[in-house]
Design a protein around this ligand. Structure first.
Ligand SMILES: [Fe+2]
Ligand SMILES: [Fe+2]
Length: 172
């Protein structure tokens, strides 16, 4: 049975795509914040973005790293370059999470109405972050997920869903 034949809440790929749509929205919030610097920062978006970076992003990364990547490596065929793809995506997760930690502190300050110490540098950081993250999401949607849909068996897909749901039950 193909994953697409199941209900959306039973399709782990649909859950990943749903997260990616939310992350795309997050990138839009970060762009609005960067555009508003230094004096017109939307404080409500700073709060939403900080929350998403602190909780949703690491949870989503663990779901991919523990729910999907090992299953895909086990099923990948010669020429898929799965090891290389997954190594690159994992590396990006680690660097984006490091970056996100710094951004969360700054966004929480902006939310409280504190001015940015160095608005030009912050704008540069925000743009670097959301531009990279949009590329990451696009890559996963167009390369990783289609490859995984082709390679994973129905039992793998069920296993992936179970792993993801277990992680969703964990507080981040
Ligand atoms: Fe990812
Ligand atoms: Fe992702």
């Amino acid at each position: 049975m193909q994953a697409s034949a199941t209900f959306p809440q039973e399709d782990p790929f649909a859950l990943l795509l749903e997260d990616h749509a939310k992350q795309w929205e997050l990138c839009g919030w970060l762009e609005k914040i960067a555009d508003g610097l230094p004096n017109d920062v939307p404080r409500d978006l700073c709060a939403l973005a900080a929350h998403s970076l602190r909780t949703d992003m690491p949870r989503h990364h663990r779901e991919e790293e523990e729910g999907l990547f090992p299953l895909l490596i086990a099923r990948a065929e010669d020429g898929d370059l799965a090891d290389e793809i997954i190594a690159k995506l994992s590396e990006e997760h680690a660097s984006d999470e490091g970056f996100a930690e710094e951004l969360v502190d700054i966004l929480e300050g902006l939310e409280r109405g504190e001015p940015a110490d160095n608005p030009d540098m912050l704008g540069y950081m925000l743009r670097g972050f959301f531009e990279n993250y949009r590329r990451h999401i696009h890559w996963e949607n167009t390369v990783l997920i289609p490859l995984a849909r082709r390679r994973l068996t129905a039992a793998d897909v069920r296993e992936m869903l179970e792993r993801m749901l277990r992680l969703r039950a964990t507080v981040f």
